[in-house]
Design a protein around this ligand. Structure first.
Ligand code: GLY
Length: 370
């Protein structure tokens, strides 16, 4: 059970002095890392939620105050419904009432919801405040805190309003993952497995070898699992910050997954569960190609790993017709045809718009066992 990656940091490399590190370290080390970066945190704001705030806010505030900071904390209600214009307005009101200036850092302490909305607040308050992510969920540590996507939901759909706004630092503490509910852990696993499938066959083999330990969240593997998955995200974002090319491969399984989330109703399936099912569908499509058809042995290996992610039953009332119709409303749709991310082989993804409708239907049937 070796640790393929024992690094204590990964880096997003960007032009114009905007590169930043993902530090794999304790929450308590935040003042040290801020000081090392030269960030002025004499006065700072923490945005968190009611769940994460109960667990980690006091520690973080104590450490920052111990280093001389004056800290104000704002708590959102936990859950996706907080990614709303109403909650954003409350963050604005709170921040402006505390006398912020353009050097006041916003520290986003929490999972993807907190990171997205606090990130957007940081991007827009006073035309941009320093942003620090302290992600505490697996999805946030391996995916959403890295790469600068911020935003909130509109009644017309999720994440329809937002901005790319990169943080100065991501501080990722694997110890916070022990308190995650099981369902959030396995949902986050889907995104980390996705990173291995699209980019790094050695990481996939490591996951295969350590699958039971990862499922049990054994301390001996968790930190390495997070670091390897986060490093892949850093590499992809460094090569394509604004998703004009390579970064699209991070959407492997998402064209199908988003359709499932929309059709079932958000809250009835997690994003990671929908992506896990979506990846099975995308793998089926990958096996139907005339060129780049993926190897059967690799398909079997991937299927075994994906099967370890528990997913809810999709009721027959959610028809394949409805799912296909829902795919056509995806916001990531950039051309007249739908874009799919497929695998050429383990660790190598490509995008295509050239997929016959009957193959898409067959992919749904296979992924949903119908
Ligand atoms: N979660 C996909 C991306 O950040 O591009």
């Amino acid at each position: 059970m070796g640790n393929l990656n024992t690094t204590s940091s990964a880096q997003v490399v960007l032009p114009e002095n905007r590169s930043y590190h993902v530090r794999f370290d304790s929450i308590s080390s935040l003042p040290f890392h801020l000081a090392e970066l030269g960030v002025n945190f004499d006065h700072c704001l923490i945005v968190t939620d009611t769940n994460v705030g109960d667990l980690y806010q006091a520690t973080l505030v104590r450490k920052l105050e111990g280093a001389g900071a004056s800290v104000h904390s704002f708590r959102l209600p936990a859950g996706e419904s907080s990614k709303s214009p109403e909650l954003l307005a409350l963050i604005y009101d709170f921040a402006l009432s505390k006398g912020i200036s353009r050097i006041t850092p916003i520290i986003a302490l929490g999972g993807g919801v907190v990171g997205d909305i606090a990130g957007f607040a940081a991007a827009t308050l006073l035309r941009g405040l320093p942003l620090i992510h302290v992600p505490t969920s697996l999805v946030a540590q391996v995916d959403s805190s890295i790469g600068g996507k911020t935003g909130y939901n509109h009644s017309a759909g999720k994440n329809l309003i937002g901005a790319f706004y990169q943080p100065l630092l991501v501080l990722s503490d694997a110890d916070t993952l022990v308190t995650l509910p099981d369902r959030e852990w396995t949902s986050g696993m889907a995104e980390a497995i996705k990173h291995s499938l699209i980019y790094d066959d050695r990481f996939f083999s490591w996951i295969e070898d350590n699958l039971d330990a990862i499922l049990r969240r054994e301390a001996s593997v968790v930190a390495s699992f997070v670091a390897q998955a986060a490093s892949i995200k850093c590499n992809v974002v460094s090569k394509d910050e604004k998703e004009s090319g390579l970064r699209m491969i991070l959407n492997f399984g998402h064209t199908f997954g988003h359709a499932l989330e929309r059709s079932l109703g958000y809250g009835n399936i997690t994003h990671g569960e929908a992506v896990a099912i979506g990846m099975r569908a995308a793998l089926f499509l990958s096996s139907t190609r005339d060129v780049h058809e993926i190897d059967r042995i690799e398909l079997g290996r991937i299927d075994r790993v994906l099967s370890s992610i528990p997913v809810p039953d999709i009721p027959e009332s959610v028809s394949i017709d409805a799912l296909c119709a829902s795919m056509n409303t995806d916001k990531k749709r950039t051309t007249a045809s739908l874009r799919f991310v497929l695998l050429r082989r383990l660790g190598q993804a490509y995008t295509t718009i050239d997929v016959p409708n009957e193959h898409v239907r067959a992919a749904w049937q296979t992924a949903l066992d119908r």
